[in-house]
Design a protein around this ligand. Structure first.
Ligand SMILES: [Zn+2]
Length: 202
C-alpha cells in the first residue's frame, strides 16, 4: 500500500505496526493520538523507550532483565542456588515471585518450542541452561513453562534432555488453567502448582 501520510506520520505508523499485537488500524490510531498530545507527553514516551534500551539488557547468567551484567535475583546471595526454576519469559518470574513460594534461582528460556513458528531448542537459552548445572551445583530444576501446547512440548523436551544429567527434574503440578499463560495465573493457584510439583521421570 502506498504511503498516504506525510513522511514522519507514516514512519510512526510503520514502526508501531511492527510491534506485537498492533495491527495497521491500531498503529494509525496511536499515531494520530500522538499527534494530538503535548510535545512533553510524546517526549516522555520516546525518552522512556530510549532509556529502556540504554539501561536494561538481559542478565548474563539467567537472561532475566537486568540493569548491568547480572539481575538482582542472581546477585542476591540469600537465594538458594541449588534449585532452579525454568521459565519462558521474564514476566513469569514476577508471577512466581508474587507467590512467595520460591527462594531459588531462575533461568529464562526467552521463548518456547513452537514448530509452527519455527522455534526449536537452538533458538532458546537451552545451551546456557546446561552450562549452569555443574558449576552452580544445581540439584533440582523445576520446569515452569506455560500450561499450553508449546510450554508442555518445551517441558517434555527439557525433561528428556536433563533427566540423564543427574539433577532432579520436576514439573509444576497441573491445576493451572490449561492453554493459559503462567503470568496471568493467580498467586494461590501458581503457589499450589509449585508446591505440588512432581518429578518428570516418575
Ligand atoms: Zn539473573
Amino acid at each position: 500500500m502506498a504511503s498516504l501520510y506525510a513522511g514522519p506520520v507514516q514512519d510512526v505508523i510503520d514502526e508501531l505496526g511492527r510491534l506485537p499485537g498492533i495491527g495497521p488500524k491500531s498503529a494509525q490510531r496511536i499515531a494520530f493520538y500522538l499527534l494530538r498530545v503535548s510535545t512533553q507527553e510524546a517526549s516522555r514516551l520516546a525518552r522512556s523507550i530510549t532509556e529502556l534500551k540504554e539501561r536494561i539488557s538481559f542478565c548474563r547468567v539467567c537472561f532475566n532483565i537486568a540493569e548491568g551484567e547480572r539481575c538482582t535475583l542472581c546477585l542476591d546471595e540469600r537465594r538458594d542456588a541449588t534449585v532452579l526454576c525454568v521459565v519462558e519469559e521474564p514476566p513469569d518470574i514476577v508471577a512466581i515471585e508474587r507467590t512467595g513460594e520460591f527462594r531459588g534461582r531462575y533461568h529464562v528460556l526467552q521463548g518456547a518450542i513452537s514448530p509452527i513458528e519455527g522455534i526449536g531448542p537452538d533458538q532458546l537459552r537451552v545451551k546456557e541452561l546446561l552450562t549452569r548445572i555443574e558449576p552452580e551445583g544445581i540439584e533440582e530444576i523445576i520446569l515452569c513453562t506455560n500450561p499450553n501446547i508449546e510450554g508442555e512440548a518445551t517441558a517434555m523436551y527439557l525433561g528428556r534432555l536433563l533427566g540423564p544429567l543427574g539433577v532432579r527434574v520436576t514439573r509444576i503440578a497441573s491445576g493451572l488453567p490449561v492453554g493459559g499463560d503462567l503470568e496471568y495465573a493467580d498467586e494461590l493457584t501458581l503457589g499450589r502448582a509449585l508446591e505440588g510439583r512432581r518429578r518428570v521421570d516418575d
